[in-house]
Design a protein around this ligand. Structure first.
Ligand code: FAD
Length: 465
């Protein structure tokens, strides 16, 4: 009899299992593929390995301007793929080691919730073997998978989702058309463009990165276009078909015009859907809506004792959101209340320069009826950015007009994805502008831009108060 059975060993599932085991709960994790989930095997990690090589390529190609003779440069796709696998294997072994050290049973197989106290494992252990495990609690962390919108021709060879693109050898093609200009689409565009591939983005909404601040969308569009990425927005894809020379033709309507572009490969990056198939036995009573599991603020489902976290709940689809929910769910199982700061989730886009945001934007403050002040610091005035020859970028701070408390920040600059944690802490702990400005920031660093943005915002706050 287990105290907790977790289904899915992604960032949500493995964090929950380790957290529960450390609290003395006898825990098992069932995983049908590999430990690490989407994040480690088909998401965050392989994409960032690719982006890291793209970054190196970009740096080396401009090295001459920095007084460094880089010599002949050549891309080795085979080595890039090997490196991706090495990184993934190192991290997978890390998770397996943590399971062992914390006495978490790792069970390879497909889990199905039968009721609040029982989970069936198919193909667990020996091939073909089915087992029913007894448990006090269940946590479902089964993730999501890429959506495939019903576009005629989407089944053609060469039309892939991010899972398939990352599984095959990199860089077989010279051109890539990406359907969807959200975070995943834009990150792939940024990586492949830097690796020398001709990239086209076709986005249905009126801007790329539509979930982010408008100024970030505009800047990212400008930068990608400057680097040669073709971007079509307000563009509805009508069909995919066989094009010339084994390419795929994509027909789409952009405003009034009907356009067609051809590419060696088409990536569908049009969102991700929770994967519920075969996960919960009918009649178990777990409520779902539009294919996602419904949970309360304690991550508990409609059935007491059955919890769900991460992408399967259809909320913010980010690895760190899943891990934060894991900690919250285990605390809830132990009867503890969790602080609201776990709700402050930063989001990052690993482009060049990087993009990161947390809390609310000025527009969102308006929509919520909050009087806010905001200030933007251009990173062209930041020493570290100038040294690195960084692209135009900025840091914007949003604060409450009445109290000066920091409500949010949006940044587009070098190391933005690391620096956003400073603002995440400020928003979570409800720090004021003057508290943030009182901290000493080392010189020369990108982080000095934070101090300058905060100071600018503080001046405005004092004037407008
Ligand atoms: P998952 O990581 O999807 O793990 C679920 C696990 O459950 C899987 O291993 C699956 O095999 C297993 N499973 C499913 N059903 C069963 C079953 N019945 N029995 C047993 N096992 C089962 N997020 C970020 O924060 N940063 C990024 O940079 C980032 N980049 C991304 C790039 C791409 C291309 C993609 C696709 C995603 C990216 N994400 C990123 C999102 C991130 O990967 C997910 O939000 C995160 O992995 C969700 O974690 P999870 O634990 O909910 O589910």
């Amino acid at each position: 009899m287990y105290g907790l059975i977790v289904i899915g060993a992604g960032p949500g599932g493995y964090t929950a299992a380790l957290e529960a085991a450390k609290r003395g709960i006898k825990t098992a994790v069932i995983e049908k593929r590999q430990p690490g989930g989407t994040c480690l095997n088909r998401g965050c990690i392989p994409t960032k390995v690719l982006l890291h090589s793209a970054e190196l390529m970009e740096e080396l190609s401009s090295a001459n301007g920095y007084g460094v003779e880089a010599g002949d440069m050549a891309l080795r796709p085979g080595r890039l793929k090997e490196r991706q696998e090495e990184v993934q294997e190192t991290l997978r072994q890390g998770i397996i080691g943590l399971f062992k050290r914390n006495k978490v049973d790792f069970i390879q197989g497909e889990g199905m919730v039968l009721d609040a106290g029982h989970v069936q494992v198919r193909n667990g252990g020996k091939a073909g073997e089915n087992r029913i495990l007894e448990t006090e609690r269940i946590l479902i962390a089964a993730g999501a998978r890429p959506a495939r919108p019903p576009i005629p021709g989407a089944e053609l060879p060469g039309v892939v989702t991010s899972d398939e693109l990352l599984e095959r050898p990199f860089l077989k093609e010279n051109s890539l058309l990406i359907i969807g200009g959200g975070v995943i689409g834009v990150e792939f565009a940024s990586a492949f463009q830097r690796l020398g591939i001709q990239v086209t983005i076709v986005e249905a909404l009126d801007r790329v990165l539509a979930g982010m601040d408008k100024e970030i969308s505009q800047s990212v569009r400008m930068l990608l276009k400057k680097k040669g990425v073709e971007i079509h927005t307000s563009a509805a894809v009508e069909s995919l078909s066989a094009g010339s020379e084994r390419r795929i033709a994509c027909r789409f309507r952009e405003k009034e015009a009907c356009l067609e572009r051809e590419a060696d490969c088409v990536l569908i990056a049009a969102g991700r859907r929770p994967s519920l198939e075969g996960l919960i036995q009918e009649g178990a009573g777990v409520k779902t809506e539009n294919g996602r599991i419904l949970v309360d603020s304690r991550c508990e489902t409609s059935v007491p004792g059955i919890y769900a976290i991460g992408d399967i709940t259809g909320g913010i689809q980010l690895a760190h959101a899943a891990s934060a929910q894991a900690v919250r769910a285990v605390a809830a199982m132990m009867g503890e209340t969790v602080s609201g700061s776990a709700n402050v989730i930063p989001s990052c886009v690993y482009t060049s320069p990087e993009i990161a945001a947390v809390g609310i934007t000025v527009d969102q403050a308006k929509e919520q009826g909050i009087e806010a002040v905001s200030a933007k610091y251009p990173m062209s005035a930041n020493g570290k950015t100038v040294i690195g020859g960084g692209e135009r970028g900025f840091i914007r701070v949003v604060a409450e007009k009445r109290t000066g408390k920091v409500l949010g920040a949006q940044m587009m600059c070098g190391r933005a994805t690391d620096m956003i944690s400073i603002f995440t802490m400020a928003v979570s702990l409800r720090l004021t502008l003057s508290q943030m400005a009182s901290v000493v920031y080392p010189h020369p660093t990108y982080a000095e831009g934070i101090r300058e943005a905060v100071r600018l915002c503080m001046e405005k706050y004092k004037k407008e108060k």
